[in-house]
Design a protein around this ligand. Structure first.
Ligand code: PLP
Length: 390
């Protein structure tokens, strides 16, 4: 019997075999240093090269302009909910410090699922601790409230974006791909270009080309498309990085300026996780970069959604215009779920259960998931339906 497991987990997620094999070798002896890559000092020459190579490959893949800083941070994507808030409020307060204007600073959140909602909650929680201008956390839209479920992206014309001509807006925030609900933006939301746009790309990082110039800040945790848990990547426009002495009191480790001035090595960085991200970037470059991976991702997702749409037993609840190419959420009759998941496990298809907050099923098909493995799932869906005619 094959021991191959089809890992449809939402994260930590599948990593290509070739990447794991290389890591396995270099875990024992990195580049003839006689040391494991895990044992390298972060101040050593070989690790410095790993960090620089990782940065330059990310720059190449995403076409990152010179006026952006790349930071490697810890604490997962959740930590960025706070870091983004503190640092961008600081940038706005710096701008306003010349004016002695004490009117509120607004932060706009476009809420389309669990993760953007959590980010807005964190901003709300921290807002009261900020001295100076009051902070207003504005949920521009909450699609669950607007439409009854996180199953779509409502038209921009219905959002209540704050007008930067009349108010101080520090940033507009959204989550590019909502991992739990399987909702993904198909284009960049149109916001006033004078306001920094922030996006959480944790679950669709490097899955398709992205125009960095449109953003003030792009961030994501690594553990879905980019390697193991333990490191988050932040790509931030340099003019939004301000000195720690300006703006809200914030922990050193959340301060972009401290991280930038120290090449992401103010303290010991997650060296092994950064190394793994580096290998994943090399793998992406070897496979034709973002344009190529986007084509593959589109093909895989279409296959799966087509199978779900043509089924009478299974269904995909997210509106077609907002469907995620990374996290395919689907449903089947509740009374058949246990049997479906059991049969999947028997075929070594694992982690297909939907997020505990939404139930149902979810297949995460990140960059590392080959098309053939999606085919295996599609075949199982078809067989299961034959065995359970409606
Ligand atoms: N944002 C998105 C889109 C996510 O999918 C997740 C985790 O799954 C997070 C944020 C939180 O990430 P972490 O667990 O690294 O804090």
């Amino acid at each position: 019997m094959s021991t191959h497991t089809y890992n449809f987990g939402a994260g930590p997620a599948k990593i290509p075999q070739s990447v794991l094999k290389r890591a396995q070798e270099e875990l024992l002896n990195y580049d003839n240093t006689g040391m494991s890559v895990m044992e390298l000092s972060h101040r050593s020459k070989p690790f410095g090269e790993i960090l620089n190579r990782t940065k330059s490959n990310l720059t190449k893949l995403m076409n990152i302009p010179d006026n952006y800083e790349i930071l490697f941070m810890q604490g997962g994507a959740t930590t960025q909910f706070a870091a983004v808030f503190y640092n961008l409020i600081a940038a706005k307060q710096k701008e306003l410090s010349k004016t002695k204007d004490n009117s509120p600073i607004v932060v706009d959140y476009i809420v389309t699922g669990a993760w953007s909602s959590k980010a807005a909650d964190e901003a709300q929680r921290l807002a009261e601790s900020v001295k100076g201008n009051p902070i207003v956390v504005n949920r521009v839209v909450d699609t669950k409230k607007a439409a009854g479920a996180y199953d779509r992206i409502t038209p921009e014309s219905t959002w209540s974006l704050t007008d930067p001509a009349k108010n101080h807006v520090a940033y507009v925030y959204y989550c590019d791909n909502e991992t739990v609900h399987g909702v993904e933006f198909q284009s960049v939301p149109k916001v006033n270009p004078s306001v920094p746009l922030v996006t959480d790309v944790s679950s669709n990082f490097l899955s398709r080309p992205i125009d960095v110039n449109k953003y003030g800040l792009i961030y994501g945790g690594a553990q879905k498309n980019l390697g193991p848990a333990g490191v988050s990547l932040v790509i931030v426009r340099k003019d939004l990085i301000v000195d720690l002495s300006v703006g809200p009191l914030r922990p050193l480790m959340l301060d972009f300026d401290t991280l930038a001035k120290n090449e992401s090595m103010y303290n010991t960085p997650p060296t092994f996780a950064i190394y793994m991200v580096g290998l994943m970037l090399e793998w992406l470059l070897e496979h034709g970069g973002l344009t190529e991976i986007a084509k593959k991702n589109e093909k895989k997702a279409n296959k799966l959604y087509d199978a779900l749409d043509s089924s009478k037993l299974f269904s995909a609840p997210v509106q077609k215009e907002a469907r995620s190419k990374m996290n395919v959420v689907f449903k089947l009759p509740k009374e058949l779920e246990a049997e479906f998941f059991k049969g999947a496990e028997e075929r070594r298809m694992v982690q297909l259960k939907g997020h505990r907050s939404v139930g149902g099923a979810r297949a995460s098909i990140y960059n590392a998931m080959p098309e053939e493995e999606v085919d295996v799932l599609v075949a199982y869906l078809e067989q299961f339906e034959k065995e359970h005619p409606t």
